[in-house]
Ligand binder design. Structure first.
Ligand code: PEP
Ligand code: MG
Length: 543
């Protein structure tokens, strides 16, 4: 039994088998060049492993098709095609014959060469396929070495996903109902692994101490997302303790359910709207079923992540319409596309940048890709026919950006009008306050919008100059930093002076130590991950 301490970033206790998710950005390992005597037998060994890898990839394709749709599944199809590519296979065969080297060495050498050639193509999209070559090669090497792969745990087994750092698109590959917990070595409370875990209502711990290796797959593990620990191969006593703790936690959750249909009103009569943050349609169901009064942040990126092609207007319209319908008249705040920094999508290749978090992300990317932005806005307008829909723009720093974004909404409406396609204007247009610039000029920006929603994750990152993805900076990151709290108070004051409402949709909204201060500042709405809705109602009612 090995116990690792870490940071609890999503509450709960889980126990189950680990599945190690290899980071696709990892460089292939170097394998010793073992001299062999029978090159034809070695080639046979290699081809057998390649065939087995193709079989595995086909199983993964079917799973992804069922869980995440054809766009994600296609990634596995591309991987399997690589293993049947004559150039790739000939490269390995020739190397084994000419150098009398082992199959593992040949796989890694040839894949390195392929990845390097792709990197030189000049296209970011093609260069990213280098990661696919690396992924495929690792699978073949794992098979050659008799190591467990991600398929060694059956489809029906629930799993605890462990990785150096889980990318949002990686987690899309898995059947969400089979995820028991997430463990990563990198990240922070506001990284997207943590946000995803909270939205799924499963525990998550970030522990830089864990030594990662493929052999972790299949090992029993306890993830304590209350205290922040990960126990690998727990003994009987640790398992018993975990079960007891989980039962107590579940009982507490049941008690909270009595608050589902009550409003969050303080003892002095101040009402705060409690909304939920959603990253997909299932989250919306969870928000409605846990008594959320609306969706304060619909992270629309999920339709783009992990996809090789852009979603069509029809697809987006369908999903937004479905979301609006599920909410039955409650407000649905759709945040326009926020790709960039740690959220990358193959369908929207980004140029490499020195500082992606300070680079072309969110609205800036939408302005650079006007067709993508227009398609999304048209879909939002079309979905507005059936529900109470608001649009929210992320990463604002200036008034002109809001004006241009609103102009694009008008243009979208004109186009739809001309084409006689049914649409409605969004009920409200708001912005996220997630840069110090926007907070400081919030008095000016308030005149142009219907509401503000504070994105405290990015507001903290940019105010404190602390990369939210870098766990080494955690010790500098005072999440209650007075600078951020004063900015939020200032934003609330400016909003109210100008007659608009203000909410918080970043993770600080569910930080119960701050609830009283936010209520005093007059925050009108708090939008939190679904599992925090009921505890937050309880907290506000206790004030
Ligand atoms: C935020 O920055 O607080 C926010 C809600 O946006 P995201 O976490 O998606 O960047
Ligand atoms: Mg943000």
């Amino acid at each position: 039994m090995t116990t690792y301490k870490g940071t609890a970033v999503s509450a709960g206790i889980a126990q189950g088998k680990l599945l190690y998710a290899e980071s696709s950005t990892n460089k292939p390992e170097d394998f010793c060049r073992v001299q062999i005597t029978d090159s034809e037998a070695e080639i046979e060994r290699l081809l057998k492993a390649c065939n087995e890898a193709v079989d595995q990839l086909m199983v993964l394709y079917d799973r992804a098709l069922e869980n995440s749709g054809p766009e994600v599944a296609d990634i596995f199809m591309v991987h399997s095609m690589m293993l049947q590519d004559d150039d790739f296979l000939d490269g390995m065969r020739n190397l084994i014959r000419s150098a009398n080297c082992c199959a593992e060495y040949a796989v890694m050498q040839v894949s390195k060469q392929f990845a390097a050639d792709l990197a030189e193509s000049g296209s970011a999209y093609i260069a990213e396929r280098g990661a696919d070559v690396t992924d495929v090669s690792k699978r073949v090497v794992q098979i050659l070495q008799g190591q467990p792969t991600d398929l060694d745990i059956g489809h029906d087994d629930p799993i605890i996903l462990i990785a150096e750092e889980l990318t949002p698109s990686q987690t899309l590959m898995f059947d969400r109902s089979k995820l028991l917990a997430l463990v990563s070595c990198k990240g922070s409370r506001t990284s997207h692994t943590a946000i995803l875990a909270r939205s799924l209502g499963i525990p998550a711990v970030i522990s830089p101490e864990i030594k990662l290796c493929p052999e972790l797959t299949g090992k029993l593990c306890v993830v304590d997302g209350l205290e922040g620990s990960v126990i690998i191969e727990p003994d009987e006593k640790a398992l018993k303790d975990a079960t007891k703790k989980r039962e107590a936690y579940d009982n507490e959750k049941k008690e909270l359910e009595t608050l589902k249909d009550v409003e969050a009103i303080t003892s002095s009569g101040q009402k705060v709207k409690v909304y939920g943050n959603a990253g997909n349609l299932e989250d919306i169901e969870a928000i409605v079923s846990t008594g959320g009064e609306g969706v304060g942040l619909f992270r629309s990126e999920f339709m783009y992540l992990g996809r090789a092609t852009l979603p069509s207007e029809e697809e987006l319209t369908e999903v937004y319409t479905e979301a609006a319908k599920k909410l039955k008249g409650r407000l649905l705040v759709i945040r326009t596309l926020d790709i960039g920094a740690d959220k990358t999508a193959p369908c929207l290749p980004l140029q490499p940048e020195e500082n992606p978090a300070l680079g072309i992300r969110a609205l800036r990317l939408c302005f650079e890709c006007p067709d993508v932005f227009m398609t999304q806005l048209r879909a939002i307008l079309r979905a507005s026919v059936v529900g109470n829909v608001a649009v929210m723009f992320p990463m604002i720093i200036a008034l002109d950006e809001i004006k241009s974004a609103k102009d694009t909404i008008k243009k979208a409406a004109q186009q739809l009008e001309k084409e006689q396609v049914a649409y409605a204007m969004p009920k409200e247009v708001g912005i996220m306050i997630e840069t110090p610039a926007a907070a400081v000029i919030s008095d000016i920006l308030a005149k142009e919008v219907d509401f503000f929603s504070v994105g405290s994750n990015d507001l903290t990152q940019y105010t404190l100059a602390i990369d939210r993805q870098n766990e080494r900076l955690e010790k500098y990151c005072d999440v209650h930093h007075e600078a951020v709290l004063r900015l939020i108070e200032m934003v609330a004051e400016n909003a109210h002076k100008n007659g608009i409402w203000v909410g918080i949709c970043g993770e600080l909204g569910s930080d119960f130590e701050l609830t009283e201060r936010f209520v005093k500042a007059g925050i009108d709405e708090l939008s939190v991950y679904p599992a925090a809705i009921l505890p937050l109602k309880k907290r506000i009612r206790g004030l």
